[in-house]
Every structure is written in structure tokens, then in C-alpha cells.
Design a protein around this ligand. Structure first.
Ligand SMILES: O=C(O)CNC(=O)[C@H](CS)NC(=O)CCC(=O)C(=O)O
Length: 270
């Protein structure tokens, strides 16, 4: 593993596929100009809108997004994570909320289907029923061992509330954990940063958390604060509330140092 720069992209995706892909490319370009070699896009980056509208366009979203990610990876010579986007599941009328990791040759390295679905009545009055259109994934995320970038684990948004998922990754030697999200503004203000820091500290791993921000559609508002956190829990970069990028160094000697200073992973009893 080497030292390199990673980027967590923050965007305001709307119910228009082409517009979102154009916004994503502008921000990828910005990240690459600053030297990023590993770039993450947030959950639902190609489309944020009513669940039924997303489902109606799922075929096109899935097809164009996968092609887009491969093109971006090759054009910019980066490894890219497309945070959860819908991929239809044959014969069910539903989709998997899928995260895809692609290498600079345009080859797929890893694929994860969101396991925990956001079926929550948020106290701000918004009701979320992700399971009406999304099938829950049933598999733990595989940890992809990249010779240069480290061991990379994938998760999506609401998953961040389930520490057992990250403990599993940790048992597979994860170094860098992606948490692409579209966190609600209401839950995000109190929970987002705390949960991410906890996952970083308890697993002594880097966290790369790309995010949605601002008003995406109707009354849906997302929290922003795409960030990169180091294995000690220090926030290395925070994109704030506007579309942009959070960029920071991923450094194997820092991983090694923190794991020496705080060997909690070696002290597990259960
Ligand atoms: O808002 C939308 O339309 C899009 N939402 C999403 O893409 C997903 C699934 S509904 N949001 C979350 O998982 C939020 C989790 C969260 O906010 C928490 O755990 O507090």
C-alpha cells in the first residue's frame, strides 16, 4: 500500500439523470486536478427523486451510471466508487441499491448491495420506506485488497448505524471504508459525524464518506458534510454544505502508527 490522495464528493442530485452525471463529472475533474487517485460519489448520485419515479427510470439509470463510472475511471485514470444507485432485480419490480468500485482500466473490482433499508418515520415529518422499491442485499461486503490503495470495504448510508457490518470488514483486514450517503438533514445534524468517527475509531480505519447536500427535491433536504476521517477519528477534510469535494491523504504509516498506539482490535474478547 502507498500514500495517496482520496476524495469524497458532495453533490445535490436532483430528479434528472443527465444533469446529475454532468455535475458528478465536474466534481470528479476538480478532485483529480487536486491529485485524487481514489474518488467516491454519494448514494443516489445519478438520481434523487420520489421512489416511484426512480423505479420507473431504474433501467436507464443503472445502464448509464455503470457506463459513466467506467468512462470516468478510464478518462481520469482513477479508482472510483459509485455510491448506491438502483440496479433492477429481474422479475421482482424492485432494485438493489448497489455500490460499485471500478479501477482505472474500467474493470469492476467490487460490488455491494445495501443490506439495511431506510424504513423510518423521521421526526421532521418525512416518511421513508426504501423497502417499497428496493430489495435488501443479503451478503456482507467483500473487502477488496488493492495492492496500492489498501483493503477497501463498501457500505451505504443507513448501514453506518450497524457496527457489526464494519466489524466484519475489520476481520477481513479493511483499511479504507466507504460510506456514501444521502443522510437526511434532520438525522444528520446529530448523528452523521458521530457515527462516522465511531466507525473510524473502533475499527482503526480510514473512512471516506461522500454525501448528498441541500434540497434535492420537494421537501427532501440532505445534510452534506462529505468527509474523510483518519483511523484515530480525526476529521481530515469536510466539504461543508455546498457541492464540492473533501480531499485528504490516505497514509499506510498513519494506519500502522494508530494501530500500534491503540491496539484495540487485538483486544477483542467476543
Ligand atoms: O432522501 C431520499 O430521497 C434518498 N434517500 C436515500 O437515498 C437513502 C435511502 S431512503 N437514505 C438513507 O439511507 C438515509 C439514512 C439516514 O438519513 C439516517 O440513517 O439517518
Amino acid at each position: 500500500m502507498k500514500s495517496y490522495l482520496a476524495a469524497a464528493i458532495q453533490m445535490t442530485s436532483v430528479p434528472e439523470l443527465e444533469k446529475n452525471l454532468a455535475q458528478a463529472e465536474e466534481l470528479i475533474d476538480l478532485a483529480v486536478r487536486q491529485g485524487a487517485e481514489l474518488v467516491g460519489l454519494p448514494e443516489n448520485f445519478p438520481y434523487m427523486g420520489e421512489e416511484k419515479d426512480k423505479l420507473a427510470q431504474a433501467e436507464a439509470i443503472a445502464h448509464k451510471t455503470e457506463a459513466f463510472l467506467k468512462t470516468m475511471a478510464q478518462r481520469y485514470q482513477i479508482t472510483i466508487l459509485g455510491g448506491g444507485f438502483p440496479i433492477p432485480v429481474e422479475g421482482t419490480g424492485k432494485v438493489y441499491n448497489t455500490a460499485l468500485l471500478i479501477d482505472p482500466n474500467g474493470q469492476e473490482l467490487s460490488r455491494y448491495r445495501k443490506v439495511h433499508l431506510f424504513d423510518v418515520n423521521v421526526p421532521d415529518g418525512n416518511t421513508y420506506r426504501e423497502s417499497t422499491t428496493v430489495m435488501a442485499g443479503t451478503e456482507l461486503p467483500s473487502v477488496y485488497a488493492d495492492e496500492l490503495l489498501g483493503n477497501i470495504g463498501l457500505s451505504v448510508c443507513y448501514d453506518v448505524r450497524f457496527p457489526e457490518l464494519y466489524r466484519y470488514m475489520s476481520s477481513k483486514g479493511v483499511d479504507v471504508i466507504f460510506v456514501p450517503a444521502a443522510f437526511t438533514a434532520f438525522t444528520g445534524k446529530d448523528h452523521w459525524q458521530v457515527l462516522l468517527q465511531a466507525r473510524a475509531i473502533e475499527n482503526t480505519s480510514y473512512i471516506i464518506a461522500p454525501a448528498q447536500t441541500g434540497i434535492n427535491y420537494n421537501r427532501r433536504q440532505t445534510h452534506g458534510h462529505a468527509m474523510i476521517i483518519d483511523p484515530w477519528g480525526v476529521i481530515l477534510a469536510d466539504a461543508g454544505e455546498k457541492p464540492g469535494v473533501a480531499i485528504a491523504e490516505i497514509n499506510p504509516s498513519r494506519l500502522e502508527q494508530v494501530r500500534r498506539q491503540m491496539p484495540s482490535l487485538q483486544h477483542r474478547i467476543f
